[in-house]
Ligand binder design. Structure first.
Ligand SMILES: [Zn+2]
Ligand SMILES: [Zn+2]
Length: 134
């Protein structure tokens, strides 16, 4: 856990905790379902917590799944990229500085100002891919 998590509100901590323990991306409603017992009952509470956690780079949104994952990277500023398995739902965060450099150079060439960067690969993870081969 990062030091910064100590400044988080109790709601944020609960959401982050839940996502950190989950091996798979969770939708806002999955999160709400799991946290109902601990007193979080309204969707806006979950959305606000997710918003804060995303701003701090502790949680990422996977657009193609409309779901959220805890960031397990120690990189401070980064745009998360994901390889998402369509079979088991596992999402692997991809970190390759060459990719970031390449995209930034491309944008410069196009004179394009990037506001949001989403890169998601959809397919089969190693486990599922090998299962299918048998
Ligand atoms: Zn990350
Ligand atoms: Zn898989």
């Amino acid at each position: 856990m990062r030091a910064k998590s100590s400044e988080l509100s109790p709601h944020c901590k609960k959401v982050l905790d839940l996502l950190s323990k989950s091996s798979k991306p969770m939708s806002a409603y999955d999160i709400l379902d799991q946290l109902r017992q601990s007193g979080i009952k309204a969707p806006p509470t979950v959305y606000r917590a997710l918003e804060t956690l995303m701003e701090r780079g502790m949680v990422h949104r996977i657009e193609s799944l409309n779901s959220f994952v805890a960031c397990h990277s120690e990189h401070k500023e980064h745009n998360a990229k994901f390889a998402v398995c369509r079979n088991c739902g596992n999402a692997t965060e991809i970190h390759d500085p060459r990719l970031t450099t390449f995209i930034n150079n491309l944008a410069k060439k196009l004179d394009f100002h990037i506001e949001r960067e989403m890169l998601e690969l959809s397919g089969l993870c190693a486990d599922c891919n090998h299962e299918h081969a048998h």
